[in-house]
Design a protein around this ligand. Structure first.
Ligand SMILES: [Zn+2]
Length: 482
């Protein structure tokens, strides 16, 4: 087996062969620090985190660059609204977003670059494009890329550039010769953040940032360039045009794009007010619930976040960690075998799924098959085997950033959350169980059942054992918290 990836450039799955044997150079477009991170940002960050981790898992030495856009119109607008300095505002947002992503177990990229740290490199890049006739400056001090100078324009997005538009001037931006041309450098307007350049005071356009940072840290040709599919046009198309015009070489060998997030079937938008902030999600759910939910989707398709989805996932995570907790109890005194056949098998199945264009959906589906198997093994009292299998699962799935938590901590966290949601205290439950025991002792089954049903209505399930009665929360919640 070898890794196959869907290359958007050729619109098909291809064998993944990096330029340099054993090494992967990868760049993913990062976040514009103009506001809080939402679930869409989390989705993209998690996907490329997993791609990087898997490439490392199969033995590649990966250099992964992710950028922050820390200067742009939206940042300037937002800072102006708040009456603060745009640089300080962007720094504050980047710090906050970094923290939230780390809570999601997104690893830091090898290099995290900021646009404002590479301004001189961008100016050099633009100068060379002007020298070679691929760009032009205007009287106002703007610089535009001349799209007609790059014959392969449109190859990524598969757009046929409408020639009837060529030469048409909408006159929106003075000095722009062709409507298709895009800004490389924007002259400074009043009170904006700006840098000195051969074209006067100004700041870079968005597209040139990524081309410059990718080349600065990874060289002229990289293996993987990634981002959300909404970036294919114009952002990535423009990156290709600038970069390949400059070097005459292929900019990125593989282009990988993730789907977008929808909320109950609709695109997230300000007007619908249906955005989900990462901050709010992390307050509501254990990070693994969010991570697993997002990875259960195939990365190339849109992810539809529907009501109740995270609660369903919460129930699954709760079940897994309860099983792990039980295995730890039963396996007390057993030593996990680090070279078990389970490790080989789980690893093999994991690679089959992931080698198929990082199919995390299948890889996660496999976890639940192992959960069923482990339950059967426990019933058959195969303790060493179940200890080995759990050990293997934790090892292999660390690549997805899953199954790595302390079981009792997760169990307690979820239990406490639902006791609060169901508005019932442990003391109250224990009292009711004790009352029920009295009825049972008197063989008053009717009253005993009444108590059991009353608890069930409030989200608590009773399980009668030989000697005692245990209770548990009933999740996912049904109508109780709606
Ligand atoms: Zn970019």
């Amino acid at each position: 087996m070898s890794l196959k990836v869907y290359n958007v450039l050729h619109r098909k799955k291809e064998d993944f062969i990096p330029l340099e044997n054993g090494k992967v150079k990868m760049y993913a477009c990062g976040i514009t620090a103009s506001g809080d991170a939402h679930i869409g940002h989390a989705y993209q960050a998690i996907i490329f985190d997993v791609i990087k981790r898997y490439l490392e898992y199969i033995g590649y030495d990966v250099t992964y660059v992710r950028n922050y856009t820390d200067v742009d119109d939206k940042i300037i607008l937002k800072a102006r609204e708040l009456g603060v300095n745009p640089t300080e505002y962007a720094n504050k947002m980047m710090k906050k977003i970094d923290h939230e992503l780390s809570q999601l177990l997104v690893e830091k990229p090898t290099i995290q670059s900021k646009a404002t740290e590479c301004i001189p490199d961008m100016i050099d890049f633009i100068k060379k494009l002007i020298e070679t006739g691929h760009a032009y400056s205007t009287e106002n001090g703007d610089v535009f890329f001349k799209v007609s100078s790059f014959s392969e324009y449109g190859k990524l997005s598969n757009r046929i550039i409408d020639d009837s538009l060529s030469g048409v001037r909408k006159n929106v931006e003075p000095g722009k010769l062709d409507d298709k041309d895009f800004a490389l450098w924007k002259n400074a307007k009043n009170d904006e953040i700006f840098w000195d350049s051969p074209w006067g005071l100004g700041r870079p356009g968005w597209h040139i940032e990524c081309s410059t940072m990718s080349m600065k840290y990874l060289g002229e040709t990289i293996d993987i360039h990634g981002g959300g599919k909404d970036l294919i046009f114009p952002h990535h198309e423009n990156e290709i045009a600038q970069s390949e015009s400059l070097t005459g070489k292929q900019f990125s060998r593989y282009w990988l794009h993730n789907g977008l997030i929808k909320v109950n079937g609709q695109k997230m938008s300000k007007s619908l007010n249906n955005g989900i902030l990462l901050e709010d999600l992390l307050k509501k759910y254990n990070f693994e619930i969010i991570r697993m939910s997002l990875l259960e989707n195939n990365y190339r398709s849109d992810m539809n976040v529907v009501d109740g989805m995270f609660e369903q996932q919460e129930a699954k995570i709760y079940m897994i960690y309860k099983l792990f907790y039980l295995i730890d109890l039963l396996g007390n005194g057993y030593k996990p075998n680090d070279n078990s056949e389970y490790l080989n098998n789980i690893d093999k199945k994991f690679r089959i799924a992931m080698d198929n264009d990082f199919n995390t959906s299948v890889a996660i589906g496999n976890i639940f098959e192992y959960v069923n198997l482990m339950n059967k093994m426990i019933n058959k009292n195969e303790i060493q085997e179940v200890v080995d299998m759990k050990n293997a699962l934790i090892k292999v799935y660390s690549t997805l950033g899953l199954l790595q938590q302390n079981p009792s901590k997760v169990i307690k966290e979820i239990k406490d959350k639902y006791l609060a949601l169901y508005d019932i205290a442990e003391t109250e439950i224990n009292e009711m169980i004790l009352n029920r025991k009295h009825y049972k002792d008197e063989k008053n089954w009717l009253e005993a059942d009444k108590i059991r049903n009353k608890l069930l209505e409030r989200g608590i399930i009773l399980k009668d054992g030989n000697k005692s009665t245990e209770w548990d929360i009933d999740i996912p919640p049904k109508v109780r918290i709606r």
